[in-house]
Design a protein around this ligand. Structure first.
Ligand code: ZN
Length: 184
């Protein structure tokens, strides 16, 4: 049995009505998923499956927190996740995404693995820009980044006070070289 097999919802064998599945998503789970956006966290996921007879109405509820690098100092920061989503599933000959919230699953398989849905829902719930609260960034790292970003050509940029967020962002936007360094 694969490690993600427990995320397979046995749709075809579910009786009419509501069925509740609960999953714990922790750091070992994120390591299994091996996605690029989030690698650490601890969340509780509830998936309610309502079998209406001609389709399955899936209600996802996620709560907990994930650790992602702060945009400004790159230290981990915790982001609270409290996210809901809905997905409709029906059976057909082949797997097919009919629309954003309606998918077709092969009837012969009769099941759906929701591990990636849960992962994507977590990623979706993280704000595009995430930084520590003012004054909470890793100061040592900030000084290193400041040295790295201050190019020799622009003396004025080197004097930028990094406690001023606007100045910091302007320096970031104008420097594509340091921009790519964030990917490392
Ligand atoms: Zn920070």
């Amino acid at each position: 049995m694969g490690k993600l097999d427990k995320f397979k919802l046995p749709l075809k064998s579910l009786s009419l009505g509501t069925h509740v599945f609960e999953f714990q998503l922790d750091t070992p789970w994120f390591e299994l998923m091996d996605g690029p956006d989030v690698q650490k966290g601890k969340l509780n996921a509830i998936v309610r499956v309502i079998n209406t007879g001609n389709l399955y109405d899936l209600r996802f509820e996620l709560s907990g927190g994930v650790q992602v690098p702060c945009d400004r100092c790159l230290d981990d920061m915790t982001i609270e996740v409290d996210q809901k989503s809905q997905l409709f599933v029906k059976f057909g000959p082949e797997f097919f995404e009919e629309s954003e919230d309606m998918i077709v699953v092969p009837e012969r398989e009769g099941e759906l693995n929701v591990a990636w849905f849960l992962y994507e829902l977590i990623v979706f719930s993280i704000p595009l820009k995430h930084v520590h609260a003012p004054g909470k960034c890793n100061k040592t790292m900030m000084i290193k980044l400041k040295k790295h970003m201050a190019g020799p050509k622009d003396e004025e940029e080197a004097e930028v006070d990094f406690t001023d967020e606007e100045d910091f962002e302007a320096a970031d936007d104008n420097d594509p070289v340091s921009g790519s360094a964030w990917e490392d």
